[in-house]
Design a protein around this ligand. Sequence first.
Ligand code: GUN
Length: 295
Amino acid sequence: MTEALILNGKAIAASVTDEITARTARLAAEIGVKPGLAVVIVGEDPASQVYVRNKGRTASACGFNSITHTLSVDVSEEKLLALVAEMNEDQAIHGILVQLPLPKHISENKVLNLIKPEKDVDGFHPINVGLLGSGNTDRALVPCTPAGCVLLTKRALGADLSGKTAVIVGRSNIVGKPVAQLLLQENCTVTIAHSRTKDLPDLVRGADIVVAAVGRPQMIRGDWIKAGATVIDVGMNRIPAPEKGEGKTRLVGDVAYDEALGHAGAITPVPGGVGPMTIAMLMSNTVTAARRLLG
Ligand code: GUN
């Protein structure tokens, strides 16, 4: 059996950010404006700090104005809402992202719903969710990880995904539901599976495209994967790695990667698959938002 094509998210993301750097230069030449991306982080969660640092670095590399607001874990909801309201009115900011999760005393919905939909580069505002669900993708800002998943799938299968069967494991607002909407728009036959789904292995065995976004390390086994299927692994799980030394960990996806390699036609590694694509799509949304806001 031939081994799967490894979808190198790092390299594909680099080609996307190269295009964005060119779009940014055109915007600067035509209108004299740099896209402005503001990222807010509350508290000191190490994983969130890594994501936010990478977002800031990539934004600067693309030629954006990159602003990071670091707030203490006990900041009041009122203060965070006031910061969002201020950024909504700031002409130099075209994209706003509040890193999740937020501390328990702050309502995520309240914060996300206050972000101006035109600046909501995460695509989490109900207006953007509705635009995506009703097929208005030309006006929506589309969530970054799902957009990255579809781009990687097209690298494996070509631009036309019509008639493919897709099984998405996980029903989160951030990944599962929006990736289902995007694949439906690509004329896939889409099933969303979750913790109450019956006979998940057999369901996955029927899929041409598997998107794993459950947050359970290596839950999807190799023999669940149909021969030649495209496997997109959104999972980012830390598991103990005693072989690296006492107390050490390593990052794994939701798919048992080594097993799946012998079945899949194409597969994303973890790390280096979907992760870098998320950041590239955030940059794409920011330059899109800037273009639209500047008219
Ligand atoms: N936390 C984990 N993923 C994301 C994401 O895509 N956007 C934001 N804002 N927070 C996250």
